[in-house]
Design a binder for this molecule. Structure first.
Ligand code: PMP
Length: 364
């Protein structure tokens, strides 16, 4: 297949990868370096893979300015496994954990914590259909930790800044980690499945303050303890070799493009262009509250009576024009364009041109 036959994938994840990264993968599938074999075949305890892990961790530390107070580990089980690992490791015996509900995913995180111990809801936008971020919170200062979701993939909202709580901040950043710079010192734990901004499914990147790890009872199953990953450098058992390799290529690509400040500038520009179009459109309207619009997942719908039919036609015609993944999540409906790191400004411009053309035809 030639590059010209590729579609633009605006899906929420697994997401589009940069062509440079795909080209490197294509080469490495049969011949990885001087190993004489392909990347799928190398041993997880080989010097080649040790070099990949080392480089990957060093790049992540450098890009995100992570100090030695934090461990950088690679887990499996996606972000969903972190919904369980966080309370199992961090929820103290007679303690309680705060959760901020802003989406289906934070509800899922809370549900797992409820299986482990006492929880509180410190803020929720459920009554607003999750189209906004709560305006106020009631934090438990003594909480073992406070969990929030920095970017809400389904409803298309984001926290413009971290919630101001005293407890250790735990963040599900699955859909916006490394899309912009953050001050890591504000966090106790931050985690993200790689398949949106950081590569392919199979690995979850977890950054955790080392002192928090010691809370975990030794009785936890070995792969559910953060300690296991830290002490073994994420090599207690066979890790997802290919996904870590792809993560390494992705962070290298982000660094080569200018790092997280450059990623943020590009992501702002892309989202702004699409929101500007939506705000003047007579056919489409954005769903999320203006002040907390996500830069990663732009949710919108047709605002006319025949919305459903028109949205269906929109998806069909967009696919014919080479743009896919624009269907909204089943919990919200409507349409969604995910603008992760590997989506270019040109990709967004092409979508907007198509939307404008569709709008003219629909309203004619
Ligand atoms: N949290 C958020 C914010 C997500 O967007 C997703 C997946 N789309 C998840 C958690 C679940 O991630 P995983 O499938 O990697 O377990």
């Amino acid at each position: 297949m030639s590059i010209n036959e590729r579609v633009i994938n605006f899906g929420a994840g697994p997401a589009q990868l940069p062509l440079l990264v795909l080209a490197q993968i294509r080469e490495d599938v049969t011949h990885y370096g001087t190993s004489g074999m392909g990347i799928f075949e190398i041993n997880h305890r080989s010097k080649q893979f040790a070099a990949i892990c080392e480089e990957c961790e060093a790049q992540i530390r450098s890009l995100m300015q992570i100090s030695n107070d934090y461990a950088v580990i690679f887990t499996t089980g996606g972000a969903t496994q972190q919904f369980s690992m966080v309370p199992l490791n961090l929820l103290e015996k007679n303690g309680s954990a705060d959760y901020i509900l802003t989406d289906h995913w934070s509800e899922q995180a809370l549900a797992e914590a409820q299986k482990v111990g006492t929880t509180r809801v410190a803020g929720s936008s459920k009554d607003f259909g999750y189209t906004t971020i709560p305006g106020s919170f009631s934090f438990d200062e003594k909480a073992s930790y406070c969990h929030f979701t920095s970017n809400n993939t389904i409803f298309g909202t984001r926290f413009a800044r971290e919630p101001d709580c005293k407890a250790a901040l735990v963040c599900d950043a699955s859909s916006d980690l490394m899309s912009h710079p953050i001050d890591i010192d504000k966090y106790g734990v931050i985690y993200a499945g790689a398949q949106k901004n950081l590569g392919v499914a199979g690995v979850c990147l977890v950054i955790i303050r080392k002192d928090l790890v010691e809370r975990a009872p030794n009785s936890l199953p070995v792969l559910m303890q953060y300690r296991t990953y830290i002490n073994s450098k994420s090599l207690y058992n066979t890790p997802p070799v290919f996904a870590i390799y792809a993560l390494n290529l992705m962070v290298k690509w982000i660094a080569q493009k200018g790092g997280l400040a450059a990623a943020e500038a590009s992501n702002l520009q892309k989202a702004k262009l699409l929101y500007q179009y939506l705000d003047q459109s007579n056919l489409f309207s954005g769903i999320a509250n203006y002040s907390c619009r996500s830069l990663m997942n732009v949710t919108f719908r047709v605002k006319l009576n025949q919305a459903h039919e028109l949205e269906k036609r929109f998806l069909q015609e967009a696919a014919q024009a080479g743009m896919v993944g624009l269907q909204g999540h089943r919990l919200l409906g409507g349409l969604r364009a995910s603008l992760y790191n590997a989506i270019s400004l040109g990709d967004v411009a092409k979508l907007i041109t198509f939307m404008g053309d569709f709008e003219q035809r629909a309203l004619a």
